[in-house]
Ligand binder design. Sequence first.
Ligand code: NDP
Ligand code: GDR
Length: 370
Amino acid sequence: MKKALITGITGQDGAYLTELLLEKGYEVHGIKRRSSLFNTDRIDHLYQDPHEENVKLKLHYGDLTDSMNLTRIIQEVQPDEIYNLGAMSHVRVSFDTPEYVGNVDGLGTLRILEAVRLLGLTEKTRIYQASTSELYGLVQEVPQKETTPFYPRSPYAVAKLYGYWMTVNYREAYNMYACNGILFNHESPIRGETFVTRKITRAVSKIALGLQETLYLGNLNSKRDWGHAKDYVKAMWLILQQDKAEDFVIATGVTTTIRDFVKMSFAEVGIELEFEGEGVDEVAKVKACSNPQYQIEIGQIVLKVDPQYFRPTEVDLLIGDPTKSKEKLGWELEYDLDGLVKDMMQSDLKLFKKEKYLLEGGHDILNQYE
Ligand code: NDP
Ligand code: GDR
């Protein structure tokens, strides 16, 4: 039975990857940060009581800033595969915490690579590094592929650039099986609530149900190549199953503006929008509503721009070329953007219908301690 160790197991990708590896018969170990509240919601359905026999999922307390902790866990687990998904992954927030991001996202990667080397596991342990399309930053070439030059535009991307090159360097210097998956944006119903897609699908659901009036967003013009996280974790696994360690771009090859993602999400609840104005004055109003289940006023302003969400330096256009991953890995997509939006909207509608039902029954779950 193969053993995998996942950093960032409590995150979006960590949860889907754990599910996939357990299905494939792996013993999965995850590193989880200590927090004052439980933060295992995304993997609770996979959790097994450690007192049971034959436990296939084991959690270890740890942190990517703590070399000794990482080294001890890797020594204990002796993993066949390490997936380094742990990171402070929010681009906007990285401008507020640049040093921390350098430590976790940049040096954290080095700590994993160096632990494997020092423990003499270079031949046994394969390493996947969660690299990102943010490395491309300021547009140098479209679509972006494995050979496109990097130009990072945020502390997050600069830290990830260090992780990228450390992974390449350890592969070349010590002959380690260490690879970068350069993944373009991927989303899902369990995407963090402050990334733009989830912020939109949550707000659209609440607006349709009469629980919120307006959604505030930043730059509506940037373009992203969005896929479904379920498809992308399959690529991570495939990257570690090849004869030769290599880096791969994982993307759909289709790009869409934030504005169009908003339109698509509203369309899921039968609401058609019209956009007016420009820049910070741009708004979206309800033009028509074809679903009588959602009582919304025609002309209601449902979207406004708030400059607090603008970034000091923006990445305007991401569109990836997945040719290499399709040809060499045989990687295929199950979800297109339409399928992704549907999946996210269905899940958030269900969530907020439950909230509405409780509110109507006099249970304000958001203010339960008042
Ligand atoms: P999430 O933000 O959902 O998850 C990040 C995970 O990292 C969480 O489990 C978090 O723990 C953990 N983490 C954060 N800081 C530390 C730390 N100091 N030590 C240990 N663990 C830590 O990210 P995703 O699942 O979306 O992304 C997974 C990885 O892929 C990240 O590295 C991200 O940068 C990268 N990536 C993501 C893309 C995407 O579109 N989703 C695209 C390209 C790359 P906690 O739950 O305690 O906060
Ligand atoms: P990104 O994702 O920065 O691409 O990083 P995010 O969803 O945060 O932003 C995408 C684009 O939307 C614009 N935007 C807003 N973004 C947020 N979060 N909130 C808003 O209100 C808002 N309004 C407009 C942004 O300016 C940006 O252009 C994600 C993360 O998962 C990274 O970890 C990963 O490496 C990359 O994707 C690939």
